[in-house]
Write a new protein. Structure first.
Length: 304
């Protein structure tokens, strides 16, 4: 596969996270609690990916490697826990803004951990994404908003754990088949969620059957697909560019809130969506090799 194809796979992984907020809201409006929604999401998602793993290519792993992958699933579970906690005390527009901070956090981590200084183009791209995220979230359109310190902490923690998920997806056990790796990451996420939210409600059959349709959808797009897509593409493009590509979640969230929830989306929010997509494109544009070579040749000719 070519680099742009791996980039597209990571982009789609970000889109998967973008659909979650709309369907979480639908589940809440149907009367289900955060414990029921989160528990069913991770339970169903983990079962789905394991069913696929049974019929996919697998590699024999040692217990230490299995343990490492299970531990690497902790950020997956914590991201769901922290983000849904932030939604308890913050407006959805603010909560997603705090989660969205993974865009610059990821580039900062790449700089610190891998000593990879971000290019000017990447810095410009991140700036565009942050401006676009503020517009897309509707903060300017809504005017003043109240900020809960508790919600702020939860939201920023979700950004940190989401960044960690992006990093471990591309760095831990790279030679493990993606489906097998995703299944173990999801299992680690499931264990983490159940440590936070005791799934006692899911034991009752009527509750389980009622929340199952939401759990199926959220599990597919929030647990099964993202780690799989990140495992396939992230190791080929790097976490720095990966965090820019996964910014696709915010425009998807805005578009779905308009189409599915019939929420009013202002002109400034649509402008934010366009800016985010432009920022993603800017982060992926590279100067053609021939152009670089010609510039280098001209520099030599003039004695630079």
């Amino acid at each position: 596969m070519k680099t742009w194809q791996y980039a597209l796979i990571v982009f789609l992984g970000g889109c998967c996270y973008g659909v979650l907020s709309t369907f979480v809201k639908l589940a809440y409006s149907a009367g289900f609690t955060v414990t029921q929604v989160t528990g069913s999401q991770y339970l169903v998602g983990t079962l789905l990916i394991w069913v696929v793993a049974l019929f996919s290519k697998k590699k024999k792993l040692t217990l230490p490697k299995i343990g490492k992958l299970l531990l690497s699933g902790i950020p997956l579970g914590l991201t769901g826990v922290f983000y849904y906690q932030s939604l308890q005390t913050l407006d959805a527009s603010l909560a997603i803004i705090f989660l969205f901070q993974f865009v610059w956090i990821g580039t900062f981590f790449e700089w610190i951990v891998y000593k990879k200084i971000p290019s000017n183009g990447k810095i410009v791209s991140i700036g565009i994404l942050i401006i676009g995220s503020i517009l897309a979230a509707g903060i300017i359109a809504e005017g003043g908003v109240e900020i809960s310190w508790r919600g702020t902490v939860w939201g920023l923690l979700s950004a940190l754990t989401y960044t960690a998920l992006i990093f471990v997806s591309g760095s831990v056990e790279k030679d493990t088949p993606p489906v097998q790796k995703s299944a173990l990451l999801s299992t680690g996420g499931l264990i983490t969620v159940f440590l936070f939210f005791t799934p006692t409600d899911l034991i009752h059959l009527p509750v389980l059957m009622g929340v199952a349709p939401y759990g199926l959808f959220l599990g597919l797009f929030g647990v099964a697909l993202p780690p799989l897509l990140f495992s396939i593409g992230m190791k080929h493009i790097g976490p720095g560019l990966g965090t820019i590509l996964t910014a696709s979640e915010l425009p998807v969230a805005v578009i779905l809130s308009s189409l599915v929830l019939a929420e009013d989306v202002s002109l400034s929010q649509w402008l934010g969506v366009v800016l985010i997509l432009g920022g993603i494109m800017a982060g992926n544009v590279k100067m053609p090799k021939t152009k670089v070579e010609s510039i280098s040749l001209e520099s030599k000719n003039i004695g630079i």
